[in-house]
Design a protein around this ligand. Structure first.
Ligand code: IPM
Ligand code: MN
Length: 365
């Protein structure tokens, strides 16, 4: 089969890690007889410098006409001035809204071979296997008004948390469906003791649970969820949260998996269903890591696992996705480590990690 993939590397380590996942993707062409047409575009700070905008309309169009988008990361100290009129991060926010990818799926799995590399005790994180489902195109990130108000008394700023029942229901549906395909446990995160949006969220979650009698639903306040994620992470299976809470909790959850460099994410415009192709946007959860950018030492596994999620959700290539995931398992099990997970021991480069994954690709035994 033939597919069009938009590749938007962005800034910092973004292009370096994305190059590896494209390399692995391309090597699947011969193995499985597919063709992946890769089209690249500028985003983020790189695009601000070249074109005076974080993302051009043509790039938005290219992204929406592709079968899937592989994204790197955007941002960096060069563009960090808080008074700047445009920011590299606007590229992600515009792409998410343009593609309508409201469901951000972030699996957090602790590889047994890496349990000792986390700052958290191995006994606590052993067997962690959870999925965070984060609402991505609403809430505090997009609600209006969003502005600064200058008065003779001083300056104030306002952001708005707004959620409609339609927006809440469709993300809850993703949470329930994913729970059905896993351990049938769903933790719905809110701050219903304070926020009106959260009270609506909780009410709708309770209503929807009637459609899923097999799923054990619990409501967890976001502050308590943050605590339990560190104290007893294995109690979670699927966690569903709004945009801001999901952003914060996924960074926290990534600590369980030793390094942010390990974790992928998929952003989809519909409920994932096995065998159905859904356009998607795939970005590792790490940022641009300006301190190591250009040195060829970044961990490409987050990006490579993104590419695997893309194969599964957007291209319906389940076997190919499993093949990439098995290869990553095998490479880690054989002890190959980039610096972020090497614990000061011998580390390999970004490109070497990509090569090892390619060498480990192959049919299931
Ligand atoms: C993420 C990032 C983004 C977000 C930023 C870069 C806009 O932190 O993907 O989690 O907050 O959504
Ligand atoms: Mn984040």
């Amino acid at each position: 089969m033939e597919f069009d993939i938009a590749v938007l590397g962005g800034d910092g380590i973004g292009p370096e890690v994305t190059e590896q996942s494209v390399k692995v993707l391309k090597s699947l062409e011969n193995l499985f007889g597919h063709r992946f047409n890769v089209e690249e575009g500028d985003v983020g700070g790189a695009s601000i410098d070249k074109h005076g905008t974080p993302v051009k309309a043509e790039v938005l169009d290219m992204a929406s006409s592709a079968d899937a988008v592989l994204f790197g990361a955007v941002g960096g100290p060069k563009w960090d001035d808080p008074s700047a009129s445009m920011r590299p991060e606007d590229a992600i926010l515009q792409l998410r809204a343009h593609l309508g990818v409201f469901a951000n799926i972030r699996p957090v799995k602790v590889y047994p071979w890496l349990a000792d590399s986390s700052v958290i005790k191995a006994s606590v994180i052993k067997d962690v296997d959870l999925v965070m489902v984060r609402e991505l195109t609403g809430g505090l990130y997009y609600g209006l008004p969003k502005e600064r108000i200058e008065t003779p008394q001083g300056i104030s700023a306002v952001d708005t948390m707004r959620y409609s029942d339609v927006e809440i229901n469709r993300i809850l549906r993703v949470g329930f469906e994913l729970a059905m395909s896993r351990q049938k446990k769903l933790a719905s995160v809110d701050k219903a003791n304070v926020l009106e949006c959260s009270r609506l969220w909780r009410q709708l979650a309770t209503q929807m649970s009637e459609d899923y009698p097999e799923v054990q639903l619990e409501h967890v306040l976001v502050d308590s969820c943050a605590m339990q994620l560190i104290q007893q992470p294995t109690r979670f299976d699927v966690i569903v949260a709004g945009n801001t809470f999901g952003d914060i909790l996924t960074d926290e959850a990534s600590v369980l998996a030793s390094s942010m460099g390990m974790l992928p994410s998929a952003s989809l415009s519909d409920v994932p269903v096995a065998g159905r192709r859904i356009p998607g946007f795939y970005e590792p959860i790490h940022g641009t890591a300006p301190d190591i950018a250009g040195k060829g030492v970044a961990n490409p596994i987050g990006s490579i696992l993104c590419m695997a999620m893309m194969l599964r959700y957007s291209l319906s290539l389940t076997e190919e996705a499993a093949c990439v995931e098995r290869a990553v398992d095998q490479v880690l099990q054989s002890g190959h480590r980039t610096a972020d997970v090497a614990g000061g021991g011998a580390a390999i480069s970004t490109a070497e990690m990509g090569d090892h994954v390619i060498a480990a690709l192959g049919p299931a035994e």
